[in-house]
Write a protein that binds this ligand. Structure first.
Ligand code: FES
Length: 330
């Protein structure tokens, strides 16, 4: 159960390989494109095992009404739950059901200085932010980290547009971004925008908290990332409903519960909003918290978990769901 979207049909006009394992899809919606700002995303209906599921993809670049297209970048993930595999199976001319743009990762203009930090495919929302800040003549820098240059999309374009404001970090060249140093170098009044894997976000959040910087000046967006443990099958028991549900290795708890007819509210489905939180009544093994919603202390307590991303490693879990169905009539 997700907050309502306004859906439309879109045709894939063009697919371009923009880096190793990253494809740029150009989508032409039947109803035309809606205005959006950098950091926005659309939801896309994908088919996994023949069943529709929703995946969110950042809109790449800045709004351009003339072209009438949305651009999304999709990385083929070996540990994909099926979304990227489905997208990569599509060819130009294929049709998709997509939502209107939404933005929960919006730039606030008027700050004296900005730092943008992107890890891997996390560049997709950050790319448009960098272009918008450059167009507005804002003072900013972009730190872009990846495993190797060939896997990092938009590098040439960013280099041409940003010049010295772009710093590239690549593991295979022995140059890794140190997020603690990044946060240490933040000057008062700076806003930091981060999109990358969970480990990057956690590192930034810890360093930010340790420096006592204003909470509102750190903006981040995560993408489905691997947790501390490999994803394996586990069982969820919901005593109140008398149900036992298997969660497959390539499935989220949220999806498995939905398939079993257990209603759990959700929205972001990337571990940020906390809407899908379930109560953990008991568990064996380890709760592999993969969200950025709970604090470290809350994660250590293991009393709740985000069903959209978090899992159980080497064990099972007994839960109750916050959603109790409609408790009123009209
Ligand atoms: S739906 Fe937002 S944290 Fe799970």
């Amino acid at each position: 159960m997700r907050f309502k979207n306004v859906w439309t049909q879109a045709r894939i006009v063009k697919i371009t390989d923009v880096a190793a394992n990253v494809r740029l899809f150009e989508l032409e919606p039947e109803t035309g494109i809606q205005p959006y700002s950098a950091g926005a995303h659309i939801d896309v209906t994908v088919l996994i095992n023949g069943l529709p599921e929703i995946r969110s993809y950042s809109l790449v670049g800045t709004y351009a009404p003339v072209g009438g297209r949305y651009y999304i970048g999709v990385k083929r993930l070996p540990a994909s739950r099926g979304g990227s595999t489905y997208m990569w199976s599509l060819v130009p001319g294929a049709r998709l059901t997509i939502s209107q743009p939404k933005n929960q990762f919006q730039l606030t203009f008027g700050r004296p200085y900005y730092t943008l930090l992107a890890g891997g495919i996390g560049i997709t929302p950050i790319y448009g932010m960098a272009l918008e800040l450059a167009q507005k003549g804002a003072d900013f820098r972009l730190l872009y980290a990846g495993s190797s240059r060939c896997e990092m999309p938009f590098l040439d374009d960013l280099g041409a547009n940003l010049g010295q404001r772009l710093s590239v970090f690549t593991s295979d060249e022995g140059r890794r971004v140190n997020v603690t140093e990044v946060v240490s170098s933040i000057e008062a009044g700076t806003q930091l925008y981060v999109c990358g894997p969970l480990s990057m976000l956690d590192g930034v959040r810890h360093a930010w908290q340790a420096r006592g910087l204003p909470v509102g000046d750190l903006r981040y967006e995560s993408f489905a990332a691997s947790g501390q443990f490999a994803a394996t099958e586990f069982q969820v028991t919901i005593p109140r409903l008398g149900k036992k549900v298997k969660v497959g290795a390539n499935q989220t708890m949220l999806d498995a519960l939905a398939l079993a007819g257990v209603d759990v509210m959700s929205d972001c489905q990337i571990g940020e909003c906390g809407l899908c939180v379930v109560d953990v009544l008991a568990h064996s093994g380890v709760v592999d918290h993969r969200d950025v919603f709970f604090s470290d202390q809350q994660k250590a307590e293991n009393k709740k978990m985000c069903a959209c991303v978090s899992r159980i490693a080497s064990g099972d879990v007994v839960i109750d769901t916050a959603y109790r169905g409609a408790s009123f009539t009209q």
